[in-house]
Design a protein around this ligand. Sequence first.
Ligand SMILES: C[S@@+](CC[C@H](N)C(=O)[O-])C[C@H]1O[C@@H](n2cnc3c(N)ncnc32)[C@H](O)[C@@H]1O
Length: 212
Amino acid sequence: MTEPNTYRARTNYDAKKAGIYQQRKAGKHASELKLIERAFSIVPKNLEVIDLPCGGGRVFLHLASLGYKVRAGDLSPEMIKIAQKNANDAGLNMTVDLADVEALQYTDKSVDAVVCFRLFQHFPTPAIRQRAVSEMCRVAKQYVVMSYFSPYSYTQVKLILRERLGGRKLRKFPTSLKEVEGYFANSGYRLVKDFAEFNLIKTMHLAVFERI
Ligand SMILES: C[S@@+](CC[C@H](N)C(=O)[O-])C[C@H]1O[C@@H](n2cnc3c(N)ncnc32)[C@H](O)[C@@H]1O
């Protein structure tokens, strides 16, 4: 069994890993940004959104281009450096914060919406998942938009088969929408809509939750 905190070692991006993450395949990057646009089509444009974790900043840069007021934070100092440079280059007047989604330093309801893209699938235990969701829900006034990996996809079945046949060990943790909804319900939020990147084919989903 994976130790509860091992995800931190894998998701703490040093300079090399941070640089590599910026070179994601163009098709994959475009498909993920399209998913974000679809989900944000139901989030009013004038709202302030905090991107947690922001990585190199591609999500907040895209949201800013769509008309949202943006803020951002991440746990890896190397990612923060890249995101800050990207924000400056884009002319955004903001400071990228050092932030841990399991223990956020922001006060309750201090931002209209939180977006959390490509982190939840790394959380190895229900306790960590609940802690992170509760923190994001506490800080958001209205919406939390969070991605997760669905277990019901062709890609996931392929990965499981590969592992069973002695291939690379699975290091991500898919969760059903029902499980994800449970963490949000415990934090006083309900599902507005769930968006699949490519339903039943790809694992990536992005769900919009609102405060009840
Ligand atoms: C796969 S990247 C995704 C970044 C960005 N959302 C994107 O899609 O480009 C995961 C990020 O999560 C950050 N991270 C890992 N654990 C974290 C935590 N507990 N709190 C905040 N950020 C964390 C890492 O530093 C890394 O930048």
